[in-house]
Every structure is written in C-alpha cells, then in structure tokens.
Design a protein around this ligand. Structure first.
Ligand code: ZN
Length: 239
C-alpha cells in the first residue's frame, strides 16, 4: 500500500495534475488531503473536484474556511484576503458546502493527519522547523503526525531526546515523527517544485517527493483570472 499525503494545493490545478501523474507512476493506491485545497490559485473548483473523487480523507484548512465564511479574513494579509474573496465568489455552492463540512483531523491508530498542528488544530499554528515540531511532540503523544500549512516540507524524527530532520525516514520502534508534507500548489521552501509526502507500507518508509510542473501555465491562469500578480510571481521562486 502506498499513501500520498497532499497538502496546500491552493487552487493550483497544474501542480495537482503533475503530482497525481507522479503518484500514478509509482502506484499510489491511497490518498489523504491535509487541507487548503483552495485560496491563491485560479482553479478552486477543479481542484476540489479532483480531490473529492480521489479520497474521503480530506481535512479542513484555514484558506478553505476563509473561502466559505468560516474564518475571519482579518487574520489574512491583503493578497491572501483578495484571493479568498475571489475564491468565495468562484466556488460552486456544492464545492463550498463540501469544504465547509471537512473535519479538522483524521485519526487512525497512532497516526493523526491535520492541517496545522495536532494540538489546538483550530488555532492554525505553523510548523516551519524542528523547533515548531517540538511542540507537537511535547503536547501530544501521536507517533506519526502528518501536517502541512507552513508550505515547508520536512520530516522531524524524535528518538528519546535526539532530534533529526530530513526528507526521508524509515519508521522504527521508539521513534516519533512529524511529517510536514509541504505544499503541492505554493511551495515556500525555495524549491518551486510541487511537494507531497509518500508513505510506503508495509515498508514503513516515508519521504518527501518533489515534482516539476507547468508553473507558467498556472501563472497565466492566475493573471487571466485577475488574481494579484505577486501571488503568481512567487510560484516561480518557491517562496
Ligand atoms: Zn496553505
């Protein structure tokens, strides 16, 4: 069984299609989506519909909530707010209802999937680095935690007091893991390629995968939709 964990697609259909093609090429047979399907990008409906057809395990993100009136736009910077308002107008009623009814977490056994953090998921805390991951280890006791939200892809391993970070891990007894799947549609770790996490079972390995995609195509669609040019430009820089 191979599970792909996709987060922060942000309405970027070009990136999502490239990721799904890459997943098919390595026989992924199971998908989880960690939220923020919409916001920023020009294809919110198409991205929601692709994800809906793929899996039932789809979690709410703060941009999903903002686009359907569940989150206060005052916490958003002006560009994100502009995109959220555009997205709200663009979403079909059916897709908006779908986003409105996503859960905050999906849990199974010793594993939790969440958009932001496993503690206070509704507070939308960010996990940018090992220090941020530390709070997840300290405040919860999940062995495996898959999360997104910061758009920075990395894996943090806790073994006793030791901490290691990297882009791949083989699960072993006595260790705990925070896996930040990064962002499919708007990476911000200076690598503009789409990111997702690939979990191999029963091999019990997880790694971050990066996939090149048609950035110019995504940018053109955003500019044609009248979205802020800065949001399109940043795709090329991965920041
Ligand atoms: Zn996001």
């Amino acid at each position: 069984m191979r599970t792909a964990i996709l987060s922060d697609i942000h309405g970027n259909l070009e990136a999502l299609e490239a990721v799904l093609t890459a997943c098919q090429a390595v026989d992924v047979d199971d998908y989880v989506c960690l939220g923020d399907i919409v916001g920023y990008g020009a294809s919110p409906n198409a991205c929601v519909e692709r994800i809906r057809a793929l899996t039932d395990r789809v979690i709410a993100g703060n941009h999903d909530h903002a686009a359907v009136g569940l989150a206060d736009l005052e916490n958003f910077n002006p560009l994100a707010r502009t995109a959220a308002v555009w997205t709200a107008e663009e979403l079909t009623r059916e897709n908006a209802d779908y986003l409105r009814t996503r859960p905050m977490t999906v849990e199974a056994g010793d594993t939790i999937c969440v958009h932001a953090t496993p503690y206070e998921p509704e507070a939308w805390h960010y996990v940018f680095d090992a220090q941020d991951a530390e709070a997840c280890f300290r405040l919860t006791d999940w062995r495996l935690c898959f999360l997104g939200h910061s758009h920075v892809a990395f894996i943090c391993i806790a073994k006793g007091r030791r901490r290691e970070t990297g882009s791949a891990a083989t699960f072993s007894d006595g260790c705990r893991y925070v896996i930040n799947a990064g962002s499919v549609g708007q990476p911000r770790d200076l690598d503009p390629r789409a990111a997702f996490a690939l979990w191999d079972r029963p091999g019990e390995e997880v790694r971050i995968v990066r996939v090149g995609y048609d950035i110019v195509g995504a940018q053109t669609r955003m500019l044609n939709a009248g979205l802020p040019p800065l949001l399109a430009e940043r795709l090329a820089a991965g920041r």
